[in-house]
Design a protein around this ligand. Structure first.
Ligand code: AMP
Length: 458
C-alpha cells in the first residue's frame, strides 16, 4: 500500500514525501480514506502507531475549501496535555505546508491575549486542552457553532486525568451535525460508552500497539532499599554509555527533588512536568531533542506522547503503578530497530507492581546488581520500620543467597522470581506512606492515575 492510494491531494502527498514517509502505517491506511469520506471513526490505537497523521492528513485536505470566520473555528482537536497539543500543531505545520490553513493552539500556561488574537483572525484548526478551551468559552471569546470536525485524542488518558466532564460539556456546545474522530489506546467500558454518545455510526479501526519494545530494549531491574535509590541511579548513570536518557518518576514533586539531587552530583539533568510554564517546557524539550541536555526527568503525564526520536536510555526511578505505563516508558528507547536500554530501580514495596509488569510483558526483567549499593529483597520490610530493630535473620533460601555478588557483604538474599511475587501479591502500602495501614485493601482512588497532580497541567 502506498500513500497515493488513499485519496489525498497532490500537495499533501508532497508534504508526506518531504517527511520521508514511504508507506502509510496500518492506522493511516485504514483511517485516511474513511475520514475523507466524512465518516465518524472510533480508533483504538496508541501513540507510536502514526495515528496523528491518520487524522491530520485527511483533515488538511478536507479543510482546504472554505474559510474560517473570526472566533469560529472550523475544526476542533482536543488533547489531554499541552505537549501533545503542540505536537499535533507541528503536524499541521509539517503536512500542511503546501496549503494555507490557519491553526491555533489553546493550551494552559501561555498567554490568553495571544491565543485570543489568533482566534480573532479566524482559524481552520483549533487544537486545545479541555481546561483552557472551557476557560475561553466562558470568557465569551469563542463560538463553536461552525465546528465541522471534532477530534478527541487519547480518550483513555483524558479519562485518567479527569477531563471527561469538560469534554462532555464541550461536545454539548458543538453542532450535532459534525464529523467526529475518536481515538483511544484502550477501550474500557466508560470510554466505549462515551464513544457511543459522541459518534454516529462510526467505522471502528483497531491497530496493534507498535512492536513490543521488549524485543529491542535491554531491560534490567535493580532492587535496592528506598534510601539507596538515588545512589543506585547515580551508579547506573556513571556506568552506562548514555547518549541521552529519560528518567521517569511517578510523582511530580519527586521530579524536582531528583533533578536537584542529580544536578548537585554533577549530572546534566532538567525537569519536565505540568507545573512548569509552557515556555520552559518547550525550551527544555528543545534542548533535549537537540542533544544539548543529556537527562530529562519527567512524570508519565508530562512525557506522554512526546515524540523524541532517539533516546539511548530510559530509567524508571520509580516502578510505575500501571503496568502499561512501563511499556510506554521503555518504548521511548529502542525505536526503529535501534538498541536501547531501560533500567528500573525498584524497592521492596514495589513487589506487587513489578510482578504485574512482568506478567504484562510476559517475562522476568533481568536483575542488575550494583557495585556500591546493596541489593534488597522483595520481602524486605520498609527500611524505616526496621530501624531501631534487630535486622531479621536472612530469609532467602541458601541457593538464592549465593546469587549475591561475593565481593561484598550481602544484606539480603536475591529477589524471588516473579511467579513467587505474584502469589504473594497483596498490594503494598502506598510507597510514600509506608506506615499508613489499609490492611490488604488500598482505596481505589489512591491507585488511580487521575490522582496524578500533573492532571492540572492542561
Ligand atoms: P504518532 O503515533 O502519531 O505519535 O506517530 C509516531 C511517529 O511515527 C512520529 O514520529 C511520526 O512522525 C512517525 N510517522 C507517522 N507516520 C509515519 C509513516 N507513514 N512512516 C514513518 N513514520 C511515520
Amino acid at each position: 500500500m502506498t500513500f497515493q492510494n488513499l485519496g489525498l491531494s497532490e500537495e499533501t502527498l508532497k508534504a508526506v514525501e518531504d517527511s520521508g514517509y514511504t508507506e502509510p502505517t496500518p492506522i493511516q491506511e485504514q483511517a485516511i480514506p474513511v475520514v475523507l469520506m466524512g465518516r465518524d471513526v472510533l480508533g483504538c490505537a496508541q501513540t507510536g502507531t502514526g495515528k496523528t497523521a491518520g487524522f491530520t492528513l485527511p483533515m488538511i485536505d478536507m479543510l482546504t475549501s472554505g474559510r474560517a470566520r473570526a472566533r469560529m473555528p472550523r475544526s476542533l482537536i482536543l488533547e489531554p496535555t499541552r505537549e501533545l497539543a503542540a505536537q499535533v500543531n507541528e503536524n499541521f505545520d509539517r503536512y500542511g505546508k503546501y496549503h494555507r490553513l490557519s491553526t491555533a493552539l489553546l493550551i494552559g500556561g501561555e498567554s490568553f491575549v495571544d491565543q485570543e488574537k489568533a482566534l480573532g483572525r479566524g482559524v481552520d484548526v483549533l487544537i486545545a486542552t479541555p481546561g483552557r478551551m472551557i476557560d475561553l468559552f466562558e470568557r465569551g471569546r469563542i463560538l463553536l457553532s461552525d465546528v465541522k470536525v471534532l477530534v478527541i485524542d487519547e480518550a483513555d488518558r483524558m479519562l485518567d486525568m479527569g477531563f471527561i466532564p469538560d469534554i462532555e460539556r464541550i461536545v454539548g456546545l458543538l453542532p450535532r451535525k459534525r464529523q467526529t474522530l475518536f481515538f483511544s489506546a484502550t477501550m474500557p467500558a466508560e470510554i466505549r460508552k462515551l464513544a457511543d454518545n459522541f459518534l454516529d455510526d462510526p467505522k471502528e479501526i483497531a491497530v496493534a500497539p507498535p512492536a513490543s519494545p521488549a524485543e529491542t530494549v535491554d531491560q534490567q531491574l535493580a532492587l535496592v532499599h528506598r534510601d539507596d535509590k538515588r545512589a543506585a541511579l547515580r551508579e547506573i548513570l556513571r556506568s552506562e554509555d548514555i547518549e541521552n536518557g529519560l528518567v521517569f518518576c511517578n510523582r511530580k514533586r519527586d521530579v524536582d527533588i531528583l533533578v536537584k539531587s542529580l544536578t548537585k552530583h554533577g549530572f546534566d539533568a532538567s525537569a519536565l512536568h505540568g507545573d512548569m510554564p509552557q515556555f520552559r517546557r518547550t525550551e527544555t524539550l528543545d534542548r533535549f531533542r537537540s542533544g544539548e541536555l543529556r537527562l530529562l526527568v519527567a512524570s508519565d503525564v508530562a512525557a506522554r506522547g512526546l515524540d523524541i526520536p532517539r533516546v539511548s536510555h530510559v530509567f524508571n526511578f520509580d516502578v510505575p503503578i500501571h503496568a502499561e505505563d512501563y511499556v510506554h516508558r521503555i518504548g521511548r528507547t529502542g525505536r526503529a530497530g535501534r538498541p536501547g536500554t531501560a533500567i528500573t530501580i525498584a524497592e521492596p514495596e514495589d513487589a506487587f507492581h513489578a510482578g504485574r509488569i512482568e506478567k504484562l510483558i510476559g517475562r522476568d526483567v533481568p536483575r542488575r546488581t550494583l557495585e556500591t549499593v546493596d541489593a534488597a529483597n522483595w520481602d524486605d520490610e520498609p527500611k524505616r520500620r526496621r530501624r531501631g530493630r534487630t535486622v531479621p535473620a536472612e530469609r532467602g533460601a541458601p541457593a538464592e543467597r549465593s546469587a549475591a555478588p561475593k565481593d561484598r557483604p550481602s544484606r539480603r538474599a536475591a529477589p524471588p522470581a516473579a511467579k513467587e511475587r505474584g502469589r504473594r501479591a497483596a498490594p503494598p502500602v502506598d510507597a510514600q506512606h509506608p506506615d499508613t495501614a489499609f490492611g490488604e485493601h488500598i482505596p481505589a482512588f489512591l491507585l488511580r492515575p487521575g490522582a496524578d497532580p500533573d492532571a492540572q497541567s492542561a
